[in-house]
Design a protein. Structure first.
Length: 460
């Protein structure tokens, strides 16, 4: 997508690097377009339909919600269009690179200062600056709060009040005669983001509900992490400003390198066949048949409580119910919660075998608990490069996708087995909580072995 971008905007950097003697950078405008492209792809290709409905309901309609997501991705680094950020030194240090970036700003007509002249640089981190600059430009607080949270933690009232533009105007625009130039380029960044998203103006932005804000925040964090990964979106030479770049090819290459699994689209087998036979190889018993018929009759999936003696096939019944509920609610994954690491390890192979029978596509799977790295079955899913497909000779399969590894991203995989605390922590205040909510919102949740949960767990 080729758009008219001012020469002043081309001088702003989002990232700069000095590695192995090579100076490179990523212009802010290029990072904006990269992020917008990732957001659009995630919305269309990865986000579960049920999650998309929640966001759309809280943001007007689906088209408007998609536009909002693209805008959020494009504008999330507005706070980098400030003199305090542009004065930051390269890491590792490279004085020549810093001087090149400073020279480019001066040629574009933007006043600069040395970083050491910003005695209160820590008071205006760029996520907070993005939040405040957008509010000043007329953006509603519900949208601004999402952007202020894109590093995993919403800005506090104290930060918003004490880090204000009025209090630290030098950080935001250098004040004096330089103020007009910096304000103009900041407005240009906003206008580019609105154009990328297809909004006529900042007043056209919807006011998302709290539920939509949380999920959009998670999706924005995910978008930023992907778009900021140099393996997918490489830096360019300091001699280049990105104007001759083939954006479509760059986006295509990045998405291919990322290679997220295809979403699980539930087929309607449950309407006409015995899922026990299809998925597990045996005819359902009376208990499983009752669960399947009950799930079929429920129009709006909610909570189903199953209780039966040992050996009645409760695990299989729960997975049958999960498949039916996933189809009815537009979910595209399952989280299977258990009380201990040992019970999680025991269920993991069973969930794997079930997931491989669902369709002919390949899906991501994860084991989420503190000692998953010691589980030999789980480790067999991974290669030394981080991911491995264990079903290369079959139609369909599951594998550990390297992008979903790590405690913060584990619940974003399609099928996850983990300890119950992975679910309970969704109620706690912690950094990057929105990623946990994003992962759970797209899944049917199975809570097994409820009788084993003690009073300690109820404290959550």
């Amino acid at each position: 997508m080729q758009m008219k971008v001012s020469s002043t905007m081309h001088a702003l950097w989002a990232k700069k690097s000095f590695h192995e003697g090579i100076m490179s950078w990523l212009p802010l405008t290029v990072h904006m377009k990269d992020s917008a492209a990732v957001a659009r792809r995630l919305w269309i290709k990865w986000l579960p339909m049920g999650t998309r409905r929640i966001i759309s309901y809280g943001a007007g309609d689906e088209d408007c919600a998609e536009q909002l997501m693209v805008f959020l991705a494009a504008i999330h680094d507005l706070g980098k269009a400030t003199p305090v950020f542009q004065a930051k030194m390269a890491r590792p240090q490279c004085r020549e690179l810093d001087l090149r970036m400073e020279e480019r700003l001066k040629i574009a007509g933007l006043a600069t200062r040395g970083f050491r002249e910003f005695s209160h640089a820590g008071k205006t981190p760029h996520a907070l600056a993005t939040h405040l600059l957008l509010e000043q430009a007329g953006c509603n607080k519900n949208v601004a709060a999402i952007l202020g949270s894109h590093h995993g933690k919403p800005p506090s009232h104290t930060a918003l009040n004490h880090g204000s533009i009025d209090a630290y105007g030098f950080n935001y625009h250098l004040e004096g005669e330089a103020k007009a130039g910096w304000q103009k380029v900041q407005q240009s960044v906003i206008e580019l983001a609105l154009e990328l998203a297809g909004f006529s103006g900042i007043d056209a932005l919807p006011r998302p509900t709290m539920a939509a804000q949380v999920l959009l925040s998670g999706l924005l964090v995910m978008t930023d992490w992907i778009a900021s990964n140099e393996a997918y979106f490489p830096f360019i030479s300091v001699e280049d400003v990105g104007t001759s770049m083939d954006e479509n090819q760059r986006n295509h290459n990045a998405w291919k390198a990322l290679s997220l699994p295809e979403p699980w689209i539930v087929e309607d087998d449950w309407k006409s066949c015995d899922l026990s036979k299809e998925r597990f190889g045996f005819t359902s018993n009376g208990f499983q048949q009752l669960i399947m018929e009950t799930a079929r009759d429920i129009e709006q999936p909610g909570i189903v409580v199953m209780e039966a003696p040992m050996g009645k096939g409760k695990t299989e019944a729960a997975l049958i119910c999960a498949e039916i509920f996933a189809d009815k609610s537009g979910r595209q994954g399952v989280f299977f919660a258990l009380p201990t690491q040992a019970t999680s390890d025991g269920i993991f192979p069973r969930l794997t075998r079930w997931a491989k029978k669902l369709d002919t596509e390949e899906h991501s799977i994860n084991l989420s608990h503190g000692k998953a790295q010691f589980n030999e079955t789980f480790q067999a899913f991974r290669s030394f490069e981080g991911s491995s497909n264990i079903a290369v000779d079959e139609e369909g399969g599951v594998y550990v996708h390297e992008w979903f590894e790590g405690s913060k991203k584990a619940l974003l995989a399609d099928f996850v087995v983990g300890t119950i605390d992975q679910l309970l922590m969704a109620a706690l205040r912690q950094k990057h909580l929105m990623l946990r909510h994003l992962g759970l919102a797209g899944k049917v949740v199975i809570i097994d072995e409820c009788h084993a949960y003690d009073a300690y767990m109820s404290q959550y």
